[in-house]
Design a protein around this ligand. Sequence first.
Ligand code: ATP
Ligand code: MG
Length: 227
Amino acid sequence: MIELKALSMCYPLEKDTVTVLSGIDLTIGQGESVAVVGPSGSGKTTLLLLLAGLERASEGAILMDGVQLSELDVDAMADLRRDRLGIIFQSFHLIPSLSALGNVALPLEIAGRRDARQRAREILEKVDLGHREKHYPSQLSGGEQQRVAIARALVHAPALLLADEPTGNLDQQTGDKVGDLLFDLHTDVGATLIMATHDQDMARRCDRVLYMDNGTLVEQQYDAVSG
Ligand SMILES: Nc1ncnc2c1ncn2[C@@H]1O[C@H](COP(=O)(O)OP(=O)(O)OP(=O)(O)O)[C@@H](O)[C@H]1O
Ligand SMILES: [Mg+2]
């Protein structure tokens, strides 16, 4: 379970600060799927970076299963990310010197899994990239890099999946397939899924849709609107 308590985030600018999140209170249950929607610049990526422990909140707290992220040191946070989180970044963050297969296998290799390459190969097949496993990121299209990033985030079946515009660079058909993969993991292993998206179809597949409005999150009731 994830709890956000009075969570605020300001970025410093030369003399000023920009407030991006202001006083968010939110509870997300284990196994829930949550879409975070809202205009460009509204703070969706910022929220995911805080949840991933990659940025530190200005104020307030994030608790995962009762553990406050800000109280973990760098090593403990890295362990938590390796063991429990899968992260799909808006700008893929693939390692340029590793092949597609190498990128996907990496989380398992770090964890010392002997079947790392085998598992990585299976999941690359699932995102239709079996034929590209030897390619380096620079030799892949944007959508292909996105799918490698998704495969890497899913390969160790994380308890919490954070996805920033996971279908943003994909055509409708590939996007639907990637959506299926994310939701399969979510339902198969009861992973919690938190996803920032502009894609209405993806948002509708989630249990909850939260709208980022002026630094706070407002629960959106689609059914009330669409009937
Ligand atoms: N490191 C930073 N320093 C200063 N301002 C920042 C920094 N990172 C983000 N911002 C600002 O915070 C705001 C929110 O950015 P964020 O990336 O979270 O938006 P977003 O909702 O993910 O947008 P998009 O839909 O375009 O991806 C933006 O106005 C951005 O300029
Ligand atoms: Mg963003």
